[in-house]
Design a protein. Structure first.
Length: 320
């Protein structure tokens, strides 16, 4: 959507997205409590990927009737690592959000943001010594080699510039029931922080998503990874391909509920809702429109490692 179109409905959009995020997190917190365990970062990522995405599709469809949308969420339990020459290799990210906007003439704009999740009930967090390898990746972007990354293992990526960029942030998660999950004015369960030794929330996730749809936040990337020297673009398409392969291998869609198991048991689960063409249309066609949850016990995909994915696609329609 164009920024002015988002601005026009922003107050309504903010409220709907905010409460949908809270509802998805409350769902996973309740599920974990029934299992007698504390929710961890993968639980919250699964909530966003598989429970928030259906609501997001309906919100966008109602708010922007001139557009047709496709929203896809794929949960990946095993994240790839980046070998950067340190004793510990950092994860490349827990969650990747991608937005592809196509105007009525067919011109595309692509946006992306990688999020590294971290539970904290404080708005300011100091990155511990044990997590500084992750900070180095997001602040310096040294040349790295994919590690523990299935089919990507051994491939190199050299991200420029060698500094902080808008495409990689920390996602701080407040799981406190009184504050983060209450829905009270001025509170929110998730906030984004610029990579730094001291992490300070600069936007709650709702505002970040709205700015992301305006292309005010996130990092743009190119439509064709084979004709560019930009390794950020190549990395984005790496993950799009891998998550697609994971979901096809798992073969499930339209999930109305998550299993009672731990997050690794819904590795590869996919939700999608589409009313327009999608870059993942072959995945959508293979999965179909109904539930097909089969044999989710002891599932492990050794070939496809990626951050979890939320893919939002909007297609502007010609006025009749």
């Amino acid at each position: 959507m164009r920024a002015r179109e988002v601005n026009k409905v922003e107050p309504i959009l903010r409220g709907l997205i905010h409460y949908s995020i809270i509802n998805s997190i409350n769902f996973i917190v309740d599920k974990c409590m029934k299992l007698g365990k504390e929710p961890q970062e993968p639980d919250f990522v699964a909530a966003l990927t598989l429970k928030f995405t259906p609501a997001l599709f309906n919100i966008l469809k109602a708010a922007f009737p001139k557009y047709r949308f496709s929203v896809t969420g794929i949960f990946c339990h095993q994240k790839p690592l980046a070998e950067i020459g340190l004793t510990k290799s950092p994860e490349i990210g827990d969650l990747l959000i991608i937005y592809i906007y196509t105007d009525k003439s067919g011109v595309k704009k692509l946006n992306s943001v990688l999020l590294q999740a971290k539970i904290s009930n404080k708005p300011t967090v100091t990155v511990s010594t044990g997590d500084e390898h992750q900070l180095k990746l997001y602040t310096e972007w040294p040349l790295f080699t994919y590690k523990r990354a299935g089919i990507l293992t051994g491939h190199k990526r050299d991200i420029l510039p060698k500094t902080i960029n808008d495409g990689a942030q920390y996602l701080l998660i407040d799981d406190h029931p009184l504050y983060g999950l209450s829905g009270m004015t001025g509170t929110f369960p998730m906030g984004c922080a610029t990579p730094s030794k001291t992490l300070d929330i600069n936007n709650d996730l709702t505002e970040e998503i709205i700015d992301f749809l305006k292309f005010k936040s996130g990092r743009a990337f190119e439509e064709n990874p084979t004709s560019t020297q930009d390794d950020w673009t190549k990395m984005m398409w790496d993950f799009l391909e891998v998550t697609r392969n994971k979901a096809i291998k798992r073969k499930n869609a339209g999930i109305s509920d998550l299993p009672r198991q731990v997050p690794m048991d819904y590795d590869g689960y996919c939700f999608f809702e589409t009313e327009t063409d999608s870059i993942l249309r072959d995945l959508h066609n293979q999965l179909g429109g109904g539930d097909s949850i089969l044999n989710y016990d002891n599932y492990f995909d050794e070939d496809n490692f990626s951050p979890s994915l939320i893919l939002i696609e909007s297609n502007e329609q010609n006025e009749e």
